[in-house]
Design a protein around this ligand. Structure first.
Ligand SMILES: Cc1cc2nc3c(=O)[nH]c(=O)nc-3n(C[C@H](O)[C@H](O)[C@H](O)COP(=O)(O)OP(=O)(O)OC[C@H]3O[C@@H](n4cnc5c(N)ncnc54)[C@H](O)[C@@H]3O)c2cc1C
Length: 493
């Protein structure tokens, strides 16, 4: 039987394993800890993935019923779905949304502005609607669609349903999901009309850890604790993976190795702008996002600067301001802080769908008068402790002076990949991953690297809803890509 290797057990690796098993492949799964990847570090961080109305939702406009064996999913502005044990009939009462699915076949219809979804027991389908989109998974397959103008409502529910093709297994994952649903929070300030609940990364991590445990128990999964150090493409077309001192031969490799916080460019380093030595300490963003560690990293009277006005930068400002109660928190941004724009007509985010703030961070930024403001280079609100500056003013001693510590929240770059080699004319050559698209990796000559795929934070494709390229990073896109890759690998068998 063909075997694939998945490197990484974050959300993207978990989805990859689920979909590869679904395609009938055996999987060697490698990760140092199997604790849901980066999510393990972000217990205190609010998620920017919308929690959807779901099986367990008590949202008044949502009536849902789902079972262990089959399912159908949809999301719409006002209503929802039902599903029964072996067959399903789904409906939505939203005027612009209609869905129908049955035991062995399916029917879908999509409406003018909203979404339509279907599920069937043995097949899959894809559809798209004019302005928005939806996703579903069923017992043996899944279906995906993409839209013309906007991105998916990246609901956690959609994503989780899609991670394991037959849905969320009973036991630990379902219990964690139930708890997440029970504790979902509403926003106070952000005018997101859907009023769906929001959750935190700790809750997400608990569900993903439950899924990890489930997958590790599946026949055909070999668990290897460690890191893939090197990969050699052999003449046979197989890859030989080196993990510590052992080696394993596989037919295909999926890299789900995640990202690291992007380093500051030399022009922003504190030595370039500190008023007087010693220059400000640079905080490790991963550590700063963990409250207990942040409390050790920063003293109670210190002045801290955060550079970058995305989700991470705002979360960190919030920690420093609300949790540590620092006397002065300075945020340096390139442009006004933007929210992801929700459209109730299309039941999805339209502009700034990924780049803009969502959830609790959006709420908090609104409450503190941060959103849409040109940096005013000073206090945001009279009597407050939050200051907003343009990043260029880092170089003026008045604004950047007396900063004790700085955190650069400038996005995420791919984590270091295993070393890649191939043999050409009896010579071992290094292979460089120079690009990627739709999970396919390219070498420096623009050639596809055979049998090697990438998914997750390190290999997210760009989306353009903010007018500029921005990685389409989220549980749902990762999961959809993992499904595509698994299908591609199985087709090559
Ligand atoms: C503040 C903040 C909030 C966020 N909120 C959200 C959110 O709401 N929704 C969302 O979708 N995302 C969110 N993210 C991003 C989130 O971290 C990623 O979506 C997710 O963790 C990426 O998953 P991944 O599987 O690609 O990588 P990771 O979670 O980073 O997992 C990668 C795994 O691969 C392992 N690994 C690395 N190299 C190797 C190797 N050579 N061999 C074997 N294993 C290896 C790592 O140890 C790790 O376990 C947020 C990030 C931050 C910083």
């Amino acid at each position: 039987m063909r075997r694939a290797l998945v490197a990484g057990a974050g959300p993207a690796g978990i989805a990859s394993v689920g979909h590869l098993l679904q395609q009938g492949l055996c999987v060697t799964w490698v990760d140092p800890s199997f604790t849901a990847g980066a999510l393990a570090s972000y217990a205190d961080v609010p998620a920017n993935t919308k929690h959807s109305c779901s099986v367990l939702s008590t949202h008044p406009s949502c009536a849902v019923l789902s079972s262990h064996h089959s399912c159908a999913v949809l999301s719409s502005h006002h209503s929802c779905l039902s599903s029964s044990q072996h067959s399903c009939a789904v409906l939505s009462t939203h005027p612009s949304c209609a869905v129908l699915s049955s035991h062995h076949s399916c029917a879908v219809l999509s409406s003018q502005h909203s979404c339509a979804v279907l599920s069937s027991q043995h097949s899959c389908a894809v559809l798209s609607s004019q302005h928005s989109c939806a996703v579903l998974s069923s017992q043996h397959s899944c279906a995906v669609l993409s839209s013309q103008h906007s991105c998916a409502v990246d609901t956690l529910w959609d994503a989780l349903r899609n991670v394991i093709p037959h849905g969320l297994p009973s036991g630990a994952p379902t219990l964690a999901f139930e708890e997440m649903c029970a504790n979902a929070r509403q926003l106070k300030h952000n005018p997101d009309p859907s009023k769906l609940g929001w959750t935190g990364m700790a809750e997400c991590a608990a569900v993903f850890r439950g899924l990890t445990g489930f997958l590790l128990e599946q026949p055909g999964v070999e668990c290897v604790r460690g890191r893939v150090d090197a990969l050699h493409l052999r003449d046979s077309g197989q890859w030989r993976a080196s993990i510590r001192r052992s080696q394993v031969d596989v037919d295909a490799v999926v890299l789900a190795t995640g990202g690291t916080h992007t380093r500051a460019p030399p022009s922003l380093e504190p030595t370039g702008w500190a008023a007087a030595p010693p220059a400000a300490r640079v905080l490790d963003v991963d550590e700063a996002l963990q409250l207990p560690k942040l409390r050790r990293l920063v003293g109670p009277d210190e002045h801290v600067a955060v550079v970058g006005g995305g989700h991470t930068g705002v979360v960190l400002c919030r920690f420093l301001h609300d949790e540590l109660q620092l006397p002065r928190v300075r945020l340096f941004v390139r442009r006004p802080i933007m929210l992801a724009q929700w459209s109730s007509a299309s039941n999805g985010y339209t502009s700034w769908a990924y780049r803009g703030l969502k959830g609790d961070s959006a709420d908090w930024a609104l409450a503190h008068g941060m959103v849409g403001r040109k940096p005013k280079n000073g206090l945001l609100q009279a009597g407050g402790r939050l200051e907003l500056y343009h990043v260029d003013s880092l170089h003026t001693s008045a604004d950047a002076g007396n900063v004790d510590a700085v955190a650069f929240c400038l996005g995420v770059s791919p984590a270091a990949l295993p070393s890649l080699f191939k043999v050409v004319d009896n010579e071992i050559q290094t292979v460089e991953v120079a690009g990627h698209s739709h999970g396919v990796l390219y070498d420096a000559n623009g050639q596809t690297i055979s049998g090697l795929y990438g998914v997750g934070m390190a290999f997210a494709d760009d989306e353009y809803t903010s007018g500029e390229a921005y990685p389409e990073a989220g549980f749902l896109p990762f999961s959809l890509r993992a499904a595509e890759i698994a299908r591609e690998i199985s087709l090559k068998s």
